[in-house]
Design a protein around this ligand. Structure first.
Ligand code: KG4
Ligand code: ZN
Length: 341
């Protein structure tokens, strides 16, 4: 069963073809980063317009490279939320319409479920149940995962998502948008002993997160120092250490609380090397397993949407002819799927 996956929830146009027998047949991504960098963040209207011009050529490109045509497609999966409504509508309208034209079902995919299942695309995928840490530009979630569509939200962000905190702190340090990867690179030059930032909400029980105070802490530290290159690197390191430590503490707590032995990291910040290394140590201490997608499938992509959609289409789930776009949508509201095989 060949599923076309379409991702347009934010500033990346992603397309992929997933086959139940052969796995991923092809994928392509167009990033709008340069378009938004001059504004210091994503401009929703510009994002929608760019998806409109890039999506169909990108689908054609993936078809050509995979040797597939519309006639071979058995179903279409499009990201229906959460995300920017205008951007979502582009992929949803195109995906729904193509499915109608081809006479195949279409399914609306939850963007965070895509992230959560992305490590299933790797050679040695995690088995259920597992704990998922979803760390992206819009979300910071700890989820107990019993199976596809069987999600219990354990922790959520009360303010800025962790990726957002990375990007805002990067802006404070004069790095261009999206600053997460640049901040992580700068942190490599930083002295870990120079500044100590707080580990927010770790001194009380619970699994929720708050990262907006760290950005303010970075700003105040920056204002109070000489603003040398080394100061920037030391602040970047202190910020990254505080984030990674906080996520480490909350993951350890969630593992204790649930008794789960597998941790899956996903979402753009899941590409962060220091985070991967520290959580790797945690799972080694626990005698458990850690899984994450390859870095390009941590950030937004079409492959994760094609896979999540494939699981749901395989289970007979599909949308009506109306086009679904849900800017706000809880993972806990998704229907369960028994098996993706
Ligand atoms: O999952 P994603 O591509 O998009 C959303 O669904 O939001 O995540 C993007 C976020 C951005 O905030 C970006 O700065 C951050 O992930 N990011 C990183 C790294 N790579 C991407 N943050 C820290 N370290 C990285 N290596
Ligand atoms: Zn994402």
């Amino acid at each position: 069963m060949i599923t076309l996956g379409i991702e347009t929830s934010c500033d990346e146009t992603g397309v992929a073809l997933y086959d139940g027998k052969r796995g991923l047949l092809g994928h392509a991504l167009y990033s709008q980063v340069e378009l938004h960098a001059q504004y210091g963040g994503v401009v929703p209207e510009l994002a929608s317009r760019d998806h409109v011009s890039k999506l169909l050529p990108l689908i054609q490109q993936v078809f050509d490279k995979s040797g597939i045509t519309g006639k071979d497609v058995d179903g279409v999966a499009y990201t229906a939320g959460p995300g920017l409504v205008g951007a979502l509508l582009v992929g949803a309208a195109a995906g729904r319409s193509l499915a109608w034209t081809w006479g195949v079902p279409a399914v609306a995919v939850h963007h965070m479920e895509g992230h959560l299942l992305a490590s299933m695309l790797e050679a040695n995928p995690p088995g259920f149940p597992f704990l998922a840490l979803l760390v992206s530009g819009g979300h910071t979630l700890l989820v107990e995962v019993e199976g596809v569509g069987r999600y219990r939200l354990l922790g959520d962000s009360v303010d800025d998502a962790v990726g957002e905190a990375f990007d805002k702190t990067a802006t404070v340090l004069g790095l261009s948008y999206p600053g997460g990867p640049a901040l992580a690179a700068l942190a490599l030059e930083g002295d870990p002993g120079r500044f100590r930032f707080p580990r927010p909400m770790t001194d009380r029980p619970g699994l929720d997160f708050s990262f907006s105070g760290l950005k303010t802490f970075a700003l105040n530290t920056w204002k109070a120092c000489d603003k040398t290159g080394q100061d920037r690197a030391d602040i970047a390191r202190a910020f990254e250490d505080a984030v990674v430590d906080t996520l480490f503490i909350k993951c350890r707590r969630a593992l204790e609380q649930t008794g789960l032995g597998t941790l899956v990291i996903a979402g753009g910040v899941g590409a962060n090397q220091r985070l991967r290394a520290r959580l790797g140590e945690l799972m080694e201490q626990q005698g458990g397993r850690i899984c994450y997608p390859r870095p390009e499938f941590c950030t937004d992509n079409g492959a994760m949407i094609a896979y999540a959609g494939f699981c749901r289409l395989k289970a007979g789930q599909a949308e009506s002819l109306s086009i679904k776009a849900a800017p706000r949508w809880s993972l806990e509201d998704l229907p369960a799927v028994d098996s993706c095989r």
